[in-house]
Design a protein around this ligand. Structure first.
Ligand SMILES: Cc1cc2nc3c(=O)[nH]c(=O)nc-3n(C[C@H](O)[C@H](O)[C@H](O)COP(=O)(O)OP(=O)(O)OC[C@H]3O[C@@H](n4cnc5c(N)ncnc54)[C@H](O)[C@@H]3O)c2cc1C
Length: 496
């Protein structure tokens, strides 16, 4: 008989799980607390402008290829490879650095600041590449039934990589490069994990290999939300029902199984199996009331940086900027050490700027431009009051104007500012943390909240805070891992 699966949350994790399970003959119904599907991979619209709300590019595009092959469908969106990947600007420096995948072109960018750059880079990337290929299948693409099984699996990673577990990404930069600029730029991938290079283990330099050699970065033609729209179309063909504006607040159990989840209006949702796409740690604590995930214990965990995001609709085009741009300063170590805990003023922050209408001209009316600015900031544990969000946004826009020579304030037609409190409220992100649980070694693999519940036999999890981790491709892998679990536990429902 066809089994019914109820999925809580329509983030990329929930949607791709729905796609995989419906391909295997499961009947799917989904609920979502926000007013439209997509979770953090969402779309904002205001005054004729559109904005990708959070993710603006991604790596490991082949994970999407795996997804569509698994579900036997055509790719419902078109990827555009970024070249250059991004540009980096340091305060007080007239020039910017363009980060190319073509290593010869990249070497020209750094020839003035790093002697023998190409040779050093080849050595650095060779080690990062070996790490990537030696761990990808073992750590990232595996389900672990227990901590012991995870630790056993780790023993199969070649021992030569072990030291990188014990020192930081920044230290690895210092071992390989001399110039401040190169060290800072290559350690930006630490921020992509939502942390800083000083507290991110050197093993994650494998991301440098992924960025520069293996697959690069991609955007989606027509905007990132095309991923969601494409999947939604497929789900509709399969009769998957999605109920937005529906927040799960409680549950009922029977004989060691979940019998139903209850939404805020009191309606019960029944099914044979349940998959939670809400944050896997938060849900266990707040909805299931697990002592191991109490507020105190959740607060003691390491969470990724929270976002302060600014969306600007401009009345004209911005001259001479690239699609993806980082604006940094010279106090990198001090800033990174203090920003998480709100120990540094936010008037001179580090930030990322994406000119969204460059990739997607129809995001802005003709002749106009839409801009996304992301500034990593302390989460609500360290800065609960965000009544100054517009003031901080104002100083970022002022700084950007000074550094580019283009008056963003003057040309702003429309503006939206979202602080960590908004992010928590919209998608249930714990304390406003943007990427979910951090990726310290004691919070990944067998240590991360599992994708199968500890107590209820018919309850599973997918998404950024369960295995393997955060970011769009990781979440697509997460849907594959939870699908494997469900199939293993429940037998294979014949594929339609
Ligand atoms: C500002 C920002 C920028 C980012 N940039 C990038 C990037 O450039 N590239 C990249 O790869 N990644 C990026 N990420 C990370 C990426 O967005 C996430 O890793 C990914 O989208 C997480 O997907 P998910 O399915 O796990 O969770 P989510 O997208 O959070 O989906 C979970 C869904 O569950 C819903 N939900 C929660 N609780 C309940 C409840 N009680 N009842 C009903 N529904 C509920 C939420 O509303 C949400 O829709 C960024 C994230 C942020 C915040």
């Amino acid at each position: 008989m066809q089994k019914k699966v109820f999925i809580i949350g329509t983030g990329l994790g929930g949607l791709t799980t729905a796609l995989r399970l419906s391909s295997r003959g499961y009947q799917i119904e989904m609920v979502e607390k926000y007013h439209q599907a997509g979770g953090r991979l969402n779309l904002l619209e205001k005054d004729g402008f559109k904005f990708d709300m959070a993710p603006t590019f991604f790596s490991m595009s082949y994970e999407f290829q795996e997804l569509i092959e698994d579900c036997n469908i055509k790719m419902p969106f078109e990827f555009v490879e970024l070249d250059p990947l991004y540009s980096v600007h340091f305060e007080g420096d007239q020039r910017s650095y363009l980060i190319y995948k073509d290593l010869k072109k990249l070497a020209l960018e750094f020839q003035d600041v790093e002697p023998d750059f190409e040779k050093k880079l080849q050595k650095f990337l060779k080690a990062a590449g070996q790490l990537f290929h030696d761990t990808e299948n073992i750590v990232i693409r595996s389900n672990f039934d227990s901590l012991a099984a995870y630790l056993m699996k780790l023993t199969t990673v070649p021992i030569k990589h072990a030291p990188k577990m014990f020192y930081s990404m920044w230290h690895e930069m210092e071992r390989n490069f001399e110039s401040f600029e190169v060290k800072v730029i290559f350690s930006l991938v630490g921020f992509f994990l939502g942390a800083t290079p000083f507290d991110t283990p050197a093993v994650y330099t494998l991301l440098n290999y992924s960025e520069l050699v293996h697959d690069g970065y991609y955007n989606v033609k027509g905007g990132m939300y095309k991923i969601v729209e494409g999947i939604l179309q497929e789900l509709e063909k399969r009769g998957v029902k999605i109920h937005c504006n529906t927040e799960i607040t409680g549950f009922s159990e029977e004989n060691g199984k979940i019998s139903s989840f209850t939404d805020r209006s009191g309606k019960d949702w029944k099914a044979d199996l349940f998959v939670v796409n809400a944050d896997a740690a938060w849900f266990r604590g707040v909805i299931l009331k697990r002592a191991a995930f109490s507020e105190k214990k959740l607060d003691a965990k390491k969470w990724t940086l929270a976002p302060l995001t600014i969306y600007l609709g401009l009345d004209c085009k911005v001259p001479e900027m690239y699609h993806h741009n980082y604006f940094l300063r010279r106090n990198f170590k001090e800033y990174a050490g203090k920003i998480f805990k709100n120990k540094i003023k936010l008037d001179k922050p580090y930030y990322y700027v994406n000119i969204q209408s460059m990739h997607n001209p129809d995001y802005a009316p003709p002749g106009k431009e839409c801009i996304f600015i992301l500034c990593p900031v302390p989460d609500l544990r360290f800065k609960p009051d965000w009544s100054d969000d517009h003031e901080i946004a104002g100083s970022i826009i002022h700084d950007l104007s000074e550094r580019t020579g283009f008056d963003f304030h003057k040309h702003t037609e429309t503006r939206i500012v979202l602080n960590p409190g908004h992010w928590e409220e919209m998608f249930g992100l714990y304390r406003g943390s943007g990427l979910g649980l951090a990726h310290d070694l004691n919070q990944v693999g067998g240590f991360r909240p599992k994708n199968k519940d500890e107590k209820y036999k018919n309850l599973y999890y997918v998404g950024a805070s369960t295995v393997p981790g955060t970011g769009l491709p990781m979440v697509v892998i997460s849907s594959r891992l939870v699908t494997e679990r469900i199939q293993k536990d429940n037998g294979i429902v014949p594929k339609k």
